[in-house]
Design a protein around this ligand. Structure first.
Ligand code: ADP
Length: 497
């Protein structure tokens, strides 16, 4: 009761929100309609501030600014080294404002401040430094074609990149998308998620202070079916990158196809297996499986949301997983030592509670949690279900919340089949000391990432993306560059005509 009570007196962050307008052509401006929408504090449901609401007209303005900056320069015409320098200066400025940016992220999203300040903002600058490093290392090939020709390829930026990002990692999703697009010399219009518009506006101002020319990066706050759809279907956007739900991914892919066939990268949902093998050290396996699911309030597309446990260690695992969930510290994300803050908004909060009820109704055993935490804001008790069956909704649908579903298995062949029996294929976790088991699982699991004896390792250089309905393409690492480059083949006769 004391912990719950503490969560209900929210700490007031020691910052003020400076930027709430749209960022178009280097200027903060109101929406053409003059409309605004509130962004809420998930700890209380109260309004933090009102933000300009971008719509079709604003997307049009932003795309023409990005078009002009691309066609007339200076961005794509600068030397790659100059672009790299601006990106590095930007990372330095973000470092200087680390704590304010982290506070804004936590205020808008609800994630623990320690995670924002010590992990996410530093990772944001790491990503920009990584991509700055690529800017002057992008080059084509010379090709030994048949005949008397000199053949080479030019790797050119595609043009105006439209980017749509979700609310679970507002800063990191921005870095994954803006970083490679700008390093390759493209210009950008990014639409942030309506739940979390604030941190992107703050850092984009710093980007301009670092010397980014106007029009190169435009930031539109607003809703999906209006601003998002306008960006996806815009005839003058040359490339679209989207992260969000699989259902919305289908919508934007269709909008892209119906308009100008812009190429699309998609990073969508998941129902990732986390497989605890019979040789596992149970204490370590419990801790890692707990992290794999509960990290970021369970709001990760790659969350290890189907915990498969070998029957030999199953009972012990359940007892310990339950004890670990009960021990998880939930409360005001600005308080030190808090592992879990509120969910991002009332919609997600209600959806998670519906999923919990569905688990109970379908006969899964509720081992821990199961209800809201406290009586204010969007907090949910860390919840654990055992005895989960493959055909239950909680084992099939993405919950995106602090709800662990534990399933029992007997042998490897069986768990491979069950782990792959999903429309998703984003990630998988494997916990074993046996190298053969690890190799067999790694090669059999149909997922874009396999973490062995670790989880959620998100280095800038490691590619990330999905098989099957978890998406198209890869972000981060060298693989992300091809999303933002055209290849031009140039053929020259060696003899004069
Ligand atoms: P979630 O359900 O987690 O909010 P969404 O896929 O709906 O996931 O949202 C991810 C991003 O996609 C957000 O920026 C949202 O505004 C945007 N979005 C939602 N619907 C559409 C749409 N019809 N067209 C374009 N973007 C959309």
């Amino acid at each position: 009761a004391t912990a719950a009570a503490a969560a209900e007196v929210p700490i007031v962050p020691s910052i003020s929100v400076n930027h709430t307008q749209l960022l178009i052509n280097g200027q903060f401006v109101d929406a053409a309609s003059g409309k605004t929408f509130p962004t809420l504090d998930p700890r209380t449901g109260e309004v933090i501030t009102n933000v300009a609401e971008g719509d079709v007209e604003d997307i049009n303005r932003a795309v023409s600014a990005a078009r002009k900056a691309f066609d007339e320069g200076p961005w794509p015409k600068m030397t790659a080294y100059e672009r790299s320098r601006i990106m590095l200066r930007f990372a330095d400025l973000v470092d200087k404002h680390n704590d304010e940016i982290a506070a804004l992220e936590t205020w808008d999203n609800g994630k623990p401040y320690e995670q924002s300040a010590k992990v996410e903002v530093p990772m944001f600058t790491r990503l920009f430094r990584y991509y700055a490093g690529w800017a002057d290392k992008i080059h084509g090939l010379t090709i030994p074609a048949d005949g008397e020709y000199h053949v080479h390829t030019l790797h050119e930026p595609i043009g105006v990149a439209g980017q749509i990002i979700p609310w679970n990692f507002p800063l990191l999703m921005y870095a994954w998308k803006v970083g490679p697009a700008l390093a390759c010399g493209n210009t950008v219009v990014i639409k942030t998620a309506e739940q979390t518009p604030l941190s992107a506006l703050y850092v984009s101002k710093l980007f301009h202070e670092a010397g980014l020319p106007e029009g190169v990066l435009n930031v539109i706050s607003g809703f999906g079916p209006t601003a998002g759809a306008a960006l996806a279907s815009h005839m003058d956007v040359d490339k679209l990158a989207f992260t969000g739900s699989t259902d919305t991914g289908k919508v934007v892919l269709e909008l892209a196809a119906r308009s100008n066939l812009k190429p699309v990268t998609l990073e969508l949902g998941g129902k990732s297996p986390f497989i605890v093998c019979e040789d596992a050290d149970v204490d370590q396996a419990v801790e890692l499986a707990h992290f794999a699911l509960f990290f970021n309030q369970g709001q990760c597309c790659c969350a290890g949301s189907r915990t498969f446990v070998h029957e030999r260690v199953y009972d012990e695992f359940i007892e310990k997983a339950k004890a670990r969930a009960i021990k998880r510290t939930v409360g005001d994300p600005f308080k030190e030592g808090i592992e879990q803050g509120p969910q991002v908004d009332s919609e997600q909060f209600e959806k998670i509670l519906r999923n919990i009820r569905s688990g109970i109704e379908h006969g899964a055993t509720l081992e821990a949690g199961g209800e809201r935490f406290g009586s204010k804001g969007y907090y949910i008790q860390p919840t654990v279900f055992s005895n989960v069956k493959d055909d239950m909704l909680i084992a099939k649908e993405e919950i995106f919340g602090p709800v662990q579903s534990i399933l029992k298995f007997k042998d490897l062949e069986e768990v491979i089949h069950r782990a792959n029996n999903t429309r998703y294929g984003l990630a998988a976790g494997v916990f074993t000391q046996n190298i053969n088991t690890a190799n067999i699982l790694t090669r059999s699991l149909r997922a874009g990432t396999v973490w062995i004896n670790c989880f959620d390792v998100f280095d800038a250089a490691i590619p990330f993306g999905g098989y099957k309905m978890s998406g198209h393409g890869r972000e981060k690492g060298i693989y992300s560059l091809s999303n933002y480059l055209q290849v031009k083949a140039v053929v020259t006769p060696l003899k004069n005509p």
